[in-house]
Design a protein around this ligand. Structure first.
Ligand code: FAD
Length: 433
């Protein structure tokens, strides 16, 4: 059995930053990562035959994210803004989109008059009832499900109010070359400071007592340390004992598990398609609806949201399905999801799925709720989330520590920034700072 000062479970953004900080402070750190490579929900690669790396997970910097920007700068990774036209397609007809919501001032007025928090669906039913608000209700639900990956029956209206009052539609730059470069840099820095990284080491059981932790992997290897930092995603905390990905804790932490259940963790299916040319740029005999300079597209198709890589001219489109609709498809085979994506895109472009297939050069389906090392995509705010997060994040007997995007408290919920901030805070706590 190998022994170190601190076991870090999970080599995502949170685990890697914590490991780097701890190793640089002179601690013996061993990172145990279930996947074959570090990064977790950051996964930048050419898998699937892409001509250049594409993002299965995190892709954009959402708004002002100071720690992400600072680390990208330290790593020498530039960011670039997205460019192009945002479209909306309804009943087969595309037009440049004006705003996310039909009547934003009315929505904000109703939101600001709300005296107490409630789930979004209840708010809409109570304060925006009536036929005249039907489109608005649909748009609001579509946005909460699509962007926040949230369930409208659970998501906090107060939290959405804060998000939307802050003018949700911020710039969303991308890191040059993808987020994977940040992961590679963090992993290299952590290892240069002495941290060990063990990949393909999925932990099945964590046995602990005050001052001692033993992690046993699914293939029976054992690793021990005085303390452990758990950075597994919220989906893993929420998993039922019989579910793949369930992490046994001996003894159990019932208050932590209950807190995890009270939080929201939304599913996302990301469909990446590379074509032999940007077919959507111009109308053609086989394609009746062109979307020149397509940046983002929101629609009534089964896979409703799409974007290009502009200003990068690669003929790559990304399809996005989140929230309850993605949950329903968590067990759908990838081949069927590809068919559904091509059907949606054919509808949006006024062409046939066969035409698109003919021009398809590479594809990848990232179904995050089906991934046993994630069991979802990212956190969304439920009612009373702050209390639940505080409980889940609370250290146990100065021995078990918890970090990751799911326990982050602040304005950047569900992001790489959330993971990094949480990893940095956990490291400080472990160092007694
Ligand atoms: C589709 C998608 C799109 C996203 N888009 C964006 C975006 O554009 N911008 C943005 O800022 N954020 C985005 N996010 C969110 C962002 O990716 C995450 O918030 C962040 O990467 C989470 O980092 P983390 O370290 O908390 O968790 P993770 O990255 O999930 O790291 C946890 C690690 O633990 C490992 N693990 C799990 N269980 C075990 C086990 N039993 N044993 C060992 N290892 C285990 C996992 O393999 C993983 O590597 C997106 C996420 C998804 C899924």
């Amino acid at each position: 059995m190998s022994s170190s000062d601190i076991l870090v479970i999970g080599a995502g953004a949170a685990g890697l930053l914590a490991a780097r900080t701890l190793a640089q402070a002179g601690r013996q750190v061993l990172i145990l990562e279930g996947r074959a490579q570090p990064g977790g929900r950051i996964h930048t690669s050419t898998e699937g035959g892409f001509s250049e790396p594409v993002e299965s997970g995190a892709e954009f910097l959402h708004g002002d994210v100071p720690l992400t920007r600072q680390l990208l700068q330290e790593a020498g990774i530039a960011c670039y803004d997205t460019t192009g036209t945002t479209y909306e397609v309804a009943q087969g007809h595309a037009q440049p989109a004006e705003s996310f919501f039909e009547d934003m001032p009315l929505l904000l007025e109703k939101l600001h008059a709300l005296p107490q928090d409630m789930p979004l669906s209840q708010f809409l039913g109570q304060y925006l009832a009536g036929d005249e608000h039907q489109t608005m209700r649909q748009q609001v639900i579509r946005f909460a499900e699509g962007y926040d990956a949230a369930d409208a029956d659970r998501v906090s209206t107060f939290a959405l109010r804060e998000e939307w009052s802050g003018n949700g539609a911020e710039d969303s730059p991308r890191p040059e070359g993808g987020y994977g470069r940040l992961v590679a840099w963090l992993a290299q820095q952590a290892q240069a400071a002495g941290a060990q990284l063990q990949t393909s080491a999925a932990v099945a059981t964590i046995a602990w007592e005050a001052g001692r932790v033993t992690a046993t992997t699914t293939d029976g290897r054992q690793f021990s340390a005085a303390r452990a930092l758990l950075t597994v995603p919220l989906g893993v905390w929420q998993a039922a004992p019989a579910e793949p990905g369930y992490l046994h804790l001996q003894p159990e932490l019932p208050a932590h598990r209950a807190a995890a259940q009270a939080l929201g963790f939304g599913p996302v299916i990301k469909v990446l398609l590379e074509f032999d040319a940007p077919l959507w740029q111009e109308a053609a005999p086989q394609l009746s609806q062109a979307l020149p300079e397509l940046e983002f597209l929101f629609s009534d198709a089964p896979i409703p949201t799409w974007w290009s890589q502009l200003p990068d001219p690669r003929p790559v489109l990304t399809g996005w399905l989140a929230g309850p609709a993605a949950h329903q498809r968590r067990h759908t085979p990838a081949a069927d999801l590809l068919t559904e994506a091509l059907n949606s895109l054919a509808y949006l472009l006024g062409t046939t799925p066969a035409y698109l297939r003919e021009h398809l050069r590479a594809h990848r389906i990232a179904n995050w709720a089906a991934d046993p090392l994630a069991l979802g995509a990212y956190t969304y705010p439920t009612l009373h989330a702050a209390e639940a997060r505080a409980t889940l994040a609370s250290p146990v007997a100065d021995t078990l520590f918890i970090a990751g995007e799911g326990v982050y408290e602040g304005p950047h919920i569900g992001t790489v920034e959330a993971a990094l901030v949480s990893g940095a805070e956990a490291a400080r706590l472990l160092l007694g700072q």
